[in-house]
Design a binder for this molecule. Structure first.
Ligand SMILES: N[C@@H]1[C@@H](O)[C@H](O)[C@@H](COP(=O)(O)O)O[C@@H]1O
Length: 293
């Protein structure tokens, strides 16, 4: 697992957007071999979405051959409700980029057969070859998507009852009226996220700092009380945080991850110099740097 620390949420958004853009561009997706991207909602990914939109507008990135799967959706909230995750995703992201709407997958929280809807979602992910990169955010209790504390590490896409803390936290989107916040959601499972080839999580703000420290400085327990801790079992996980989110980390943890990043920069610089001199073949430098993760 790698931890990248940036000054503020905007710098975090820029970092993640450039990271995702590089992954998509290096993949060279085609209609036959699309790039499959998992996406979250919430306020934390908004700077990333803004930076991705800019990359598309500047002609540096295209979503024409990208298929997306969103993490979750409320149950029973009309699709066109201002706070549904459908509305959120089109308002904040999809309407501003070149992705064909037919390549956007978002769970239908109003399906007649909710269990069938969840099973179909898992099947569709498999059908397109699995998720290449899952971008996620976390709640204050460390939940990923709506995998509240206590979610099984083996969980798949399913119906989930929301924790009271999550209902309280999300009341800000519903006129601060708890009674308006849906009590249930459809969500991808912890195993759905862990199955993706790469996971990138955005964590910003001091209110997430306890969850971050529990998830990376302590162990994974079978109930995944801090669901983010499940990432410790993923072979290719990256958490990108701002300074405020590091408030509860040990100084040595912060120093450790900062030192890894600076050594990596050093390696990248020397590999680039060798490449420029023709000593290393194109591609070899990235492979060697990648092996540090
Ligand atoms: N289901 C979503 C999560 O996927 C998201 O990570 C979380 C945090 O939201 P925010 O980024 O606004 O703090 O909110 C909701 O609970």
């Amino acid at each position: 697992m790698r931890l990248i620390i940036r000054d503020d949420p905007l710098a975090v958004g820029d970092y993640i957007a450039n990271y995702i853009a590089k992954r998509i561009n290096d993949f060279e997706p085609t209609p036959e071999r699309p790039f499959v991207l998992g996406l979250p909602t919430g306020s934390s990914p908004i700077p990333t979405y803004k930076a991705l939109i800019k990359l598309v507008k500047d002609g540096k990135l295209s979503f024409k051959n990208v298929i997306t799967f969103n993490m979750d959706e409320y149950v029973g909230l009309p699709r066109d409700h201002s706070e549904s995750y459908h509305t959120f995703m089109f308002r904040e992201f999809f309407s501003h980029i070149d992705i064909p709407p037919s390549q956007v997958n978002i769970l239908n929280g109003n399906a007649e057969d909710l269990i069938g809807e969840c099973n179909k979602y898992e099947a569709r992910i498999k059908e397109v070859g699995g998720i290449e990169l899952f971008l996620g955010g976390i709640g204050e209790d460390g939940h990923i998507a709506f995998n509240e504390p206590g979610s099984s590490l083996a969980s798949r896409t399913r119906i989930k009852t929301l924790a009271f803390e999550t209902i309280l936290a999300n009341a800000r989107f519903f006129n601060n009226d708890i009674s308006q916040v849906p009590r249930m959601a459809l969500t991808v499972g912890v195993a759905t996220v862990l199955d993706s080839r790469e996971v990138v999580v955005v964590v910003t703000g001091q209110r997430k700092s306890l969850a971050l420290s529990k998830a990376i400085e302590e162990g994974v327990n079978h109930l995944a009380s801090w669901t983010l801790s499940a990432l410790q079992m993923h072979p290719w996980a990256l958490i990108v945080v701002d300074e405020d989110a590091t408030a509860e980390l040990h100084v040595k943890t912060v120093k450790y991850f900062r030192s890894i990043e600076s050594v990596q920069h050093e390696v990248e610089r020397s590999q680039a110099a060798l490449k420029a001199k023709g000593v290393l073949q194109a591609g070899a430098a990235e492979e060697q740097v990648g092996s540090m993760e």
